[in-house]
Ligand binder design. Structure first.
Ligand SMILES: Cc1cc2nc3c(=O)[nH]c(=O)nc-3n(C[C@H](O)[C@H](O)[C@H](O)COP(=O)(O)O)c2cc1C
Length: 191
């Protein structure tokens, strides 16, 4: 099982970095597996700590790929790191094991602290749709544009039926990003 979360990490100067990651749980440890190259990977290896944020503000997922990575943060309680103010819950982690790999190293963490901030209010299809589109946007250069367009058309149904303001805003950023990418591609083709 993979849970889609926002991982906050810090560099050597304690500068925070925010990025979406699917995390797994294995034998009581949390597994984060970043593809190289990755700022998060560099930070996690250097600081040997991480914060996992569980949030229903999907703008933070969409923002990672559309130039909006500046979200309110507070200091973590037990590790060198930051917690998203928008987190419904967060977990603070310490790195215990690295299985190195040229493509996608596996980083295993121990949970040292866990806090619930606000209740989970239930599933929302528009939030799931934004997360799905964010995954597609993160792979834009690897996927045929027809696949993106087909998926986008389907996911739009959930947005139209179930979105609130935050979901609509996040969706708009991602759609605009795809439109800009398509325009750049057709520009390349003309050149
Ligand atoms: C829902 C979601 C899950 C993701 N999970 C992963 C993951 O497990 N590993 C990974 O390398 N990238 C994953 N990505 C893509 C990263 O968020 C993206 O590459 C990010 O910018 C990390 O690179 P950075 O550390 O340089 O910021 C995911 C993206 C989304 C939207």
């Amino acid at each position: 099982m993979i849970y889609e979360t926002i991982v906050t990490s810090v560099n050597a100067n304690s500068k925070p970095h925010i990025a979406p990651f699917g995390i797994r749980e294995r034998d009581g440890l949390v597994l984060i597996a970043p593809f190289r190259p990755s700022t998060s990977l560099d930070n996690l290896l250097q600081s040997r700590s991480a914060v996992i944020n569980l949030t229903d503000d999907v703008r933070i997922f969409a923002g990672a790929f559309t130039g909006k990575r500046s979200w309110p943060l507070s200091r973590a309680d037990k590790v060198n790191g930051y917690v998203l103010d928008a987190a419904l819950a967060h977990r603070e982690l310490e790195l215990v094991e690295v299985r190195d790999d040229a493509t996608r190293p596996e980083l295993y963490f121990r949970v040292v602290h866990e806090v619930n901030h606000a209740p989970f209010r239930g599933f929302n299809r528009a939030q799931a749709a934004v997360v799905e589109l964010a995954v597609l946007v993160s792979r834009l250069h690897m996927l045929p544009i027809e696949k993106i367009e087909t998926e986008l058309a389907y996911l739009t149904i959930a947005i139209e039926k179930t979105a609130g303001d935050r979901e609509r805003e996040a969706w708009g950023w991602l759609v605009e990003h795809i439109e800009n990418y398509k325009a750049a591609m057709s520009g390349d083709n003309l050149a």
